[in-house]
Ligand binder design. Structure first.
Ligand SMILES: Cc1ncc(C[n+]2csc(CCOP(=O)(O)OP(=O)(O)O)c2C)c(N)n1
Ligand code: SF4
Length: 200
């Protein structure tokens, strides 16, 4: 535990750390060893997660978290493939990739670090920002209602979509285990707090 925490570059107290701890425990308890899995990410604070989980990893090309994970799974179906992303990219800029991954239903586990804002770029509203929240791009309060990622996944034909909070790590680990064991695309939407910037 201590060794991997030393290398982490997230702000002190970032709840992303809890999510990767849950992911690592889930892999360990399922007996999925480092050579049997690949974790794929792109940019964002959450994008660093793939570097902090031992085993094969790709912090991949611009915009290509889910497409890259799809290629990995198609090239080697024996591998356990996990994609991790933030809500800004995952549900916003690259939402189309998400809908098609749900529809395609390849066996990929998609863990979204949902902190309701684009944080690496210091606080613009994302598709999951609450309606009243003040952000850099909504200085007088967000006027549009947030999307519901679970409803979006299910109406895009995903068969597994669950939301949990990163503060309840033991339960989160169990949900991630279920998602990994699910044969098909699975979404785990993890609500997370950014202690450096989030003010709601
Ligand atoms: C092509 C491209 N567009 C935009 C960016 C700027 N950018 C950096 S991180 C990021 C997303 C951060 O928000 P989110 O996905 O919610 O992740 P978080 O940092 O909150 O974990 C964006 C848009 C970029 N690096 N490359
Ligand atoms: S800015 Fe927020 S989400 Fe990003 S590492 Fe710091 S605490 Fe975590």
């Amino acid at each position: 535990m201590r060794t991997w925490l030393i290398n982490i570059q997230w702000c002190p107290g970032c709840w992303d750390t809890l999510i990767i701890a849950a992911i690592k425990s889930a892999f360990r308890e399922l007996g999925i060893e480092s050579h049997q899995r690949v974790v794929v990410s792109w940019v964002g604070c959450s994008g660093k997660a793939s570097q902090y989980i031992d085993g094969y990893a790709a912090e991949t090309l611009h915009w290509r978290t889910l497409p890259f994970a799809t290629w990995v799974k198609m090239a080697n179906p024996e591998l356990t493939v996990m994609a991790v992303w933030g809500d800004g990219d995952g549900y916003g800029i690259w939402m189309g990739h998400f809908i098609h991954a749900c529809k395609r239903d390849l066996d990929i586990t998609y863990v979204v670090f949902n902190n309701e804002t684009y944080w690496l770029t210091t606080g613009q509203a994302s598709p999951t920002t609450p309606i009243w929240a003040k952000t850099k791009t909504t200085p007088t309060g967000n006027t549009s209602a947030p999307i519901d990622p679970i409803a979006l996944a299910l109406t895009s034909w995903a068969k597994f979509a669950k939301r949990w909070d990163s503060s309840k790590m033991a339960e989160l680990k169990e949900i991630i285990k279920e998602a990994i064991q699910h044969k098909g695309f699975s979404l785990v939407d993890v609500t997370q707090v950014c202690p450096s910037f989030k003010r709601w």
